[in-house]
Design a protein. Structure first.
Length: 358
């Protein structure tokens, strides 16, 4: 597994490419969880963002310099709007974000499936998929494989060199996810919103009494979280080597739920999300390599993820049990006041008998 994910240049490139959407959606989840807003709808927000932005990228004519930013704007807006819907439901009618976001995944999933199958289905492929993304609209590799610079890298460093493999096998989503991680770190440490959201996640009552209105904070958090999810959903669609909107492809990758595990494992910290995202991506890529070379089931990745879930449960439960036990030992059971205890009563009786003798 380690050899398949980090033992070669191609393995490192595949691991990075697989980690990009996991890390990006993990940041989207962490923005909400850190503020105490349990957004479980990243799958739906990313899926609708990918659908709306992909439609713009594929079907809207025009130069790439205009179409690519427009596709990103549409994807971010769609994901933010779908996230805002859950925030509005909570503010107006008290519907918990945890429930509404989880349930809103299903209409988003099936609407995207219906659109691709019946409205966008292309005739030039056997798959249930849309037309191809134009090459100039795609997020290309950091160094295009057919460019002169790529040929120079192959001749000077070798075709299997990690540097060559990364530059020619990872698209520009890598740069975007690095900027998003740095932006999340800056937001958490240097901005008022990051300060308020962090306090809200730790002590919402304190934040409320300090003058921060929880309703607008929930709306801003859900808009930011959903917008990030929509953006990374689009990058899964138009980032090379992907070229189409394929029915069910986004759901089958399971990026959103893997990102949830990554976020919980990292305790919402951006740097921890990067490390945990690379770890889970390596598991996926390594399990594929084990299936190819050793004939083992690639479901070993799911088994390892399940073990991580169990360890997360222990991580939460064991400290809670220790605190409960310490409270039980620190708070002794009810005892009689000292002046009513038996030794004291005996002393009183002795003194009384002395007095009567006198």
């Amino acid at each position: 597994m380690l050899k398949g994910s980090f033992g070669s240049g191609a393995g490192i490139a595949n691991t990075l490419q697989r980690a990009i959407p996991i890390i990006g959606m993990g940041i989207a989840i962490a923005v909400a969880f850190r503020a105490g807003v349990l957004n479980l709808g990243v799958e739906g927000q990313a899926g609708l963002g990918a659908l709306a932005g992909g439609i713009v990228a594929i079907y809207v004519p025009g130069p790439a310099i205009l179409i690519v930013p427009l596709a990103f704007i549409v994807a971010i807006t769609t994901g933010a709007a779908w996230g805002l819907l859950a925030g509005i439901l909570q503010n107006l009618w008290g519907v918990p974000v945890l429930l509404s976001t989880l349930l809103l995944n299903y209409p988003a999933r099936y609407f995207a499936s219906w659109m691709i199958r019946f409205e966008l289905n292309a005739n030039d492929t056997d798959m249930v998929a849309s037309e191809q993304v134009r090459p100039e609209v795609q997020l290309s590799m950091l160094v295009p494989r057919d460019s002169a610079f790529a040929e120079t890298l192959r001749n000077s460093l070798g075709p299997t060199s990690p540097i060559t493999a990364i530059l020619t096998g990872v698209n520009w989503s890598l740069v975007i996810v690095i900027l998003v991680v740095l932006g999340a770190i800056f937001m958490n440490r240097r901005t008022r919103f990051g300060f308020e959201s962090g306090l809200s996640g730790q002590n919402p009552e304190f934040v409320r009494y300090s003058g921060v209105k929880p309703g607008p904070l929930v709306l801003r958090t859900m808009a930011l979280s959903g917008g990030l999810a929509g953006m990374f959903g689009l990058m899964v669609i138009i980032g090379a080597p992907n070229t189409r909107l394929i029915e069910g492809a986004f759901i089958q990758t399971n990026f959103a739920w893997t990102a949830l595990l990554v976020t919980l494992l990292a305790l919402y910290r951006p740097v921890g999300i990067v490390v945990a995202g690379l770890f889970f991506a390596a598991i996926m890529v390594g399990s594929d390599a084990m299936g190819r070379e050793l004939g083992l089931s690639p479901q070993i990745a799911a088994v390892i993820q399940a073990l991580v879930i169990i360890l997360l449960a222990f991580r939460v439960t064991i400290p809670w049990l220790r605190k409960r036990k310490s409270r039980a030992t620190d708070d002794p059971p009810f005892a009689e006041p000292e002046h009513l205890s038996e030794p004291r009563l005996a002393a009183v009786e002795t003194n009384d008998s002395k007095e009567s003798g006198r």
